[in-house]
Design a protein around this ligand. Structure first.
Ligand code: NAP
Ligand code: MG
Length: 735
């Protein structure tokens, strides 16, 4: 709960590149904010922090940590909340295991992750670890809907400094393949609950047996509840056909999933693809491989490691692979294919990257080639398919003249929570899955076969209404085209439309909005931005994620620079820093050559919004002055090209923070709204300017050799500070 001890602004402690950036940037923020009486505190939502907080009983008194995520989860339900949220790791099992190992090596007596729990104790530990896995943070914090767009300065900069885009040719063989039936899209059923209700999910076996898959669900009146399943047989047939077609077409085979967030369904679908690709091997050696602990869901990398001692199986794999189409590579130098690790190819980043490159992926020979992009479920695949069709027809987009697509996304209170892991199941036997309400009504019913993946997701009434209102406000502010990306022929979307249309009509703004299925909306939006105009995409949760990578990557080259605001339903503000992730590659580079190419523009934009929010919410005029100066500093970074370079020896993330501090101080010194602040910052601005040479040379001298952070997931604060704050001159000014 927010109390008098809650800082004005909470800055989250996370992982990987953004956390390294914080080691340099947060001291600057705290120093500047304190001059205006604004307190900035931290809460630890890092993977390591969450592991430590989950197992106090295994740790010594001084190793224990409070459950900051739970505290933040409470805070975001209060009007006082003002949280700057940096991207955190959505851990796959290999990452979780690596983080546990690292903590153990640092003296934390944590239990191992039980891969195959058998005792009650192991099952209990596994269940606790599983709460940390995957998308465990964002659904807790996102107590509001999402407003994502490029800040005006950022968009203008991208237009004036257009990034390079690969050429599209009309005869590109690149295409998207998805299922024409048997998938989540086509099996979906949806209903809106007239009254508040409890529910359970049961599987009635063909033999008449009844298994309760999930009990104790409860939904308020007006909740849209969906259920659907992916047929394993249809999926296997589809994959087999697409592998063959890829070979005929002479393209690369690629699979695009979201195995981190869709942590139950997508690793299973990924496993089907691994099995399909190596089908003859599984047919022949399935039992032997199972005995070696092979689980196709863990990927080809894990499989190859487990069969390493068996020459016969290895020979068979080589034979089969030689006969298969070449695979889209994650790292062709190291032989890492698309099917090696389930979390290596993440659709929202991988598809835009391929589209931006003119439809090209990397093949095993290290050369670029056209690709067959396999996206089994047909719910959102049409977005990428239509984008590719459009570019094939009309050529690449020109970022110098293109308008922008903003997004208003439905996600509050776990609306359309796509992971839906407590209500997603791999079906153990043939039968019927029924979703039964408290009064006995069967809400949904699907005939399933063993191996099918069944899931239910929901969206509550209040978040849906809030989302429509947010769209109305945004459209009013922008005055541009606004499209609800909803497909009236899809069960879930049809239920949402029943909410949307009456609200738009009641508010008298129906003429300002269109409702279009994702494929048509994709084409309309691309045509709009090609003509230099803007569009607002009002979408559900999945497209919120996908589109705020797709359009930014086409327009700005990256989603890291986006403004990402969550207007909390109870009045607070959550400011996400960019729409991207935690950039693991950036940490590797820092460790190897002490260069951090992470761009903090997302943090700069979020900081400006957070201060502005503080000013508005609490009539804090000093915060307003600070915030306006942040916007001026951000503009200064862009105008003067002070963003980090990708190469060692050139300015990096730390340099950009020096410049940000300098522009921020200069703007505070120059403003006349608050004389005290101007007087306070004038000498700081002067010192920062006068010491430019010393600071820049000290920062440059730090680069070039390996950097020791004392850990990866749980770094040593002193070592990290030494690496990230190497300029004694700057540190003396910042204090
Ligand atoms: P990612 O970290 O965004 O990385 C994709 C690429 O985008 C990076 O390799 C980097 O390109 C570029 N990039 C992203 N942010 C950047 C920044 N601030 N400055 C410069 N370049 C930036 O995405 P990912 O690899 O899909 O995900 C990594 C991890 O982040 C996963 O654990 C994922 O679950 C998590 N994630 C968290 C959130 C969140 O908390 N909101 C959102 C998305 C992903 P170059 O390497 O070419 O420089
Ligand atoms: Mg995304």
């Amino acid at each position: 709960m927010a109390d008098s001890n809650t800082p004005d602004i909470i800055y989250t402690k996370v992982d990987e590149a953004p956390e390294l950036a914080s080691a340099s940037f947060l001291p600057i923020i705290q120093k500047f904010a304190s001059a205006a009486g604004v307190s900035v505190g931290t809460k630890d939502i890092s993977l390591a922090g969450r592991i430590i907080a989950t197992f106090p009983e295994f740790l010594t008194e001084d190793q224990r940590q409070s459950d900051d995520l739970a505290e933040l989860g409470q805070l975001v339900k209060t009007p006082e909340a003002n949280v700057i949220k940096l991207p955190n790791i959505s851990a796959s099992v290999p990452q979780l295991v690596a983080a546990i190992k690292e903590l153990q090596s640092q003296g934390y007596a944590l239990p191992d992750y039980p891969e195959a729990p058998s005792t009650e104790e192991e099952k209990h530990i596994r269940a606790k670890y599983d709460t940390i896995k995957g998308s465990a943070v964002n659904p807790v914090l996102r107590e509001g809907n999402s407003d994502r767009r490029a800040a005006k300065a950022v968009k203008a900069y991208a237009q004036n400094n257009p990034h390079r885009m690969g050429d599209w040719s009309a005869d590109s063989k690149t295409r998207v393949a998805s299922m024409s039936g048997g998938d989540f899209r086509s099996n979906e059923t949806s209903a809106t609950l007239a009254e508040e209700s409890t529910a359970k999910i049961v599987l009635v076996g063909k033999d008449g047996s009844e298994t309760v898959l999930k009990d104790g669900l409860s939904y308020p009146a007006g909740t849209v509840v969906d259920a659907t399943f992916m047929s394993a047989k249809a999926l296997d047939a589809f994959l087999e056909e697409e592998i063959a077609k890829t070979k005929d077409e002479g393209t690369l085979f690629s699979l695009h999933m979201k195995a981190t967030m869709m942590k139950v369904s997508d690793p299973i679908i990924f496993g089907h693809a691994v099995k399909a690709f190596l089908k003859p091997v599984f047919d022949k050696y399935g039992n032997e491989m199972a005995a070696l602990g092979v689980n196709p869901n863990s990927g080809l990398g894990d499989l190859l490691a487990r069969v390493d001692g068996n020459a016969e199986i290895k020979a068979e794999i080589e034979k089969v692979m030689a006969d298969r189409p070449p695979m889209y590579m994650v790292d062709s130098d190291r032989g890492i294919t698309n099917l090696h690790v389930p979390s290596d190819v993440i659709i929202d980043a991988s598809m835009p990257a391929l589209i931006r490159a003119g439809g090209k992926g990397w093949g095993p020979d290290g050369k670029e080639a056209d690709a067959n992009c396999v996206i089994p479920d047909n719910s959102y695949a049409p977005v990428y398919d239509e984008t590719i069709n459009y570019f094939k027809e009309t050529g690449k987009l020109d970022p110098a003249t293109a308008g922008t697509v903003q997004n208003i996304g439905l996600m509050a209170q776990k609306a359309e929570e796509y992971g839906s892991h407590p209500t997603t199941f791999e079906i153990p036997q043939d039968g019927t899955v029924k979703m039964v309400l408290g009064d006995g009504t069967v809400l949904h019913e699907h005939a399933v076969e063993a191996g099918d993946i069944w899931r239910s997701a929901s969206a509550r009434k209040a978040p849906i209404e809030d989302w429509v209102q947010l769209a109305i406000d945004r459209q009013k502010a922008e005055g541009c085209e606004a499209i609800f990306w909803l497909d009236e022929t899809r069960a879930h979307d049809a239920e949402l439309i029943k909410y949307v249309t009456p609200i738009l009509e009641a508010k008298g703004v129906a003429d300002k909005f269109k409702i279009m299925a994702p494929r048509e909306a994709t084409r309309a939006s691309l045509e709009t931005i090609r003509s230099g105009k803007n569009s607002i995409a009002i979408t559900g949760n999945v497209l919120r994620d996908y589109l705020t990578d797709l359009f930014p990557i086409l327009e700005l080259a990256t989603s890291a620079k986006m403004l990402s605001i969550v207007k909390l339903m109870n009045g607070g503000g959550l400011f996400e820093t960019g729409a991207g992730g935690s950039a693991p590659k950036h940490v590797q580079q820092l460790q190897q050559e002490n260069h951090l190419r992470w761009d903090s523009l997302g943090e700069f934009c979020a900081l400006g919004e957070s201060l502005q929010f503080l000013a508005d919410a609490r009539n804090n005029e000093k915060a307003r002055v600070l915030g306006q100066a942040v916007d001026a500093a951000t503009q200064g970074i862009l105008d003067n090209n002070r963003s980090p370079s990708r190469k060692v020896g050139e300015p990096d993330n730390r340099d950009s923070h020096y410049w940000f501090a300098r522009y921020w101080a200069a703007a505070l010194a120059a403003q006349s709204d608050d004389a005290d602040l101007a007087a306070h910052f004038a000498p700081i601005a002067k010192e920062l300017a006068e010491n430019e040479e010393a600071v820049v040379s000290e920062l440059a001298a730090a680069q070039g050799s390996p950097a020791d952070l004392g850990g990866y997931y749980h770094t040593d604060p002193a070592k990290t500070a030494a690496v990230m704050r190497p300029s004694a001159t700057l540190n003396a000014i910042i204090g």
